[in-house]
Design a protein around this ligand. Sequence first.
Ligand code: NAP
Length: 519
Amino acid sequence: MAAIKQLQSFVGGKWVSGSGTPRPLYNPTTEEVIAETSTDGIDFQAALEYARSGGAALREMTFEQRGEMLGALAKAWHAHRDDLLQLSTDSGGNTRSDAKFDVDGATGTLAFYASLGKKLGARTFLADGEMVQLTRAPRYVGQHILVPRLGAAVHINAFNFPAWGMGEKLAVSFLAGMPVIVKPATSTAPLAAAMVEIAVDSGLLPAGALSFIAGPCGDLVDHMGFQDVLAFTGSADTGTLLRSKENIIRNSVRVNVEADSLNSAVLGPDAEHQSETYDMFLREVIKDMTQKAGQKCTAIRRIFVPEALLDTVLEDLGEQLGAMKTGNPNSKGVRIGPLSTASQLRDALAGIEKLKSCAEVVHGGERGELVDVPDGQGYFLSPTVLCAREPGTADAVHALEVFGPVATVMPYGDDVDELCSWIGRSEGGLVSSIYSDKKGFVQKMIMGIAPYHGRLTVGNERVAEHSPGPGSVLPSLVHGGPGRAGGGEELGGLRGLSLYMQRTAVQGSKPLLAKLLLD
Ligand code: NAP
């Protein structure tokens, strides 16, 4: 058995261990302890103050230089790719393909923001929009600018994407010119810790630009002030707790929350069985249900299909999911690994029980047959399809996010407004997908459900070969959603930078402002 790794935090420019009894972290396939961590005794206020001091060097760098730094960091991570992928399997239960989704997603996002930095060039702040004439005199104008905030960005990430979740936030902060404290979810912290170690050892980052907390972050958030930024990904409950802290409200600390989501997939009324559009729908539903064992905030949880196709869809899903192997993510041919922790498995099983109040299980629902896993070992759940024949009264299906390979199929009739209202019952989501070639239907759906979402994907035969599926978050498009999804917005190309920058309107004489702000 490999040695148990003792995780350390990187605060105040040094690697430090916590003082308390370390918490064991498990391999979710074997249940072996692979690492331990403690953050007890760390002075989080001092850590925050030190991180803030790292901003000056970043702010002096131009966007181009910050972009070069991101590009070099992406390469440094990529150079350790094989080790990181294996660590992702050992610490998170990811198949190799799922591990790539997380690790390559991180490096890809850094590379994307590196290219934006290059385009922005030798500037240290951004002009926002055009100059506006403010009075009759053409010489008196106003110009909006975006300048880096002077504090530190605290990034609290969820357990399911220790690499991508860290990379996507870090890329945007660094390009904006803000130093970062990364706090991963404790249960899957080993991968994030390894990536931070590579970043620190690379010497690419200015002192203080990156700090890391390898576990619970104590009273860190309580010390945040008006120039700091809190970017959180995780459950709606934790998001609510953090954003309602007294100092966060009093100091108007900028907060971005990415939380729960009950994403929908809608098969259009025109999509005939086995047409390209139908096959695309089926492929994307299956990918989203099974990738990372369904532990994706963007995974499809609710599937709406025309009444006449309900049984056909259930049959096709059962057949295709039944042919996919669940088991040891190191074994050949295994497509679905375990859930990340024992408590995630407990929650998913309890969630399925609750869904049963209004839906029946038609496939899976239990551990299932596993490849290369001894009896009773590991946190496994086979892909599970439920069916709710009465969507209007299926309250639990519209309210409960079961964070595993679990989705519910529901029929709809001729009333598109009613369908949109069912989708809206989850009270805000990250992404939903519509599969149809019928323009009028697609238009009605986009207008009907866009207010509930941060992103929509429209699938049809013309893009069947090109779509990465709704579950892939793209750095050029916004990620976030209203209501239950947290009300936040990340990424979206340059849009993401504004979270870490102050928008300031500057009024004055046109030649002076043009010279100072636009040259
Ligand atoms: P969670 O329990 O809310 O934990 C999320 C993060 O918050 C972890 O790093 C956790 O640290 C930290 N945390 C918990 N309590 C805290 C506190 N009092 N102060 C400071 N930090 C605290 O959520 P989870 O169970 O790990 O994640 C699953 C949820 O995340 C799902 O509901 C999913 O929908 C959502 N999610 C959303 C997105 C998105 O982009 N919108 C992406 C992924 C996941 P510890 O681990 O140390 O407790």
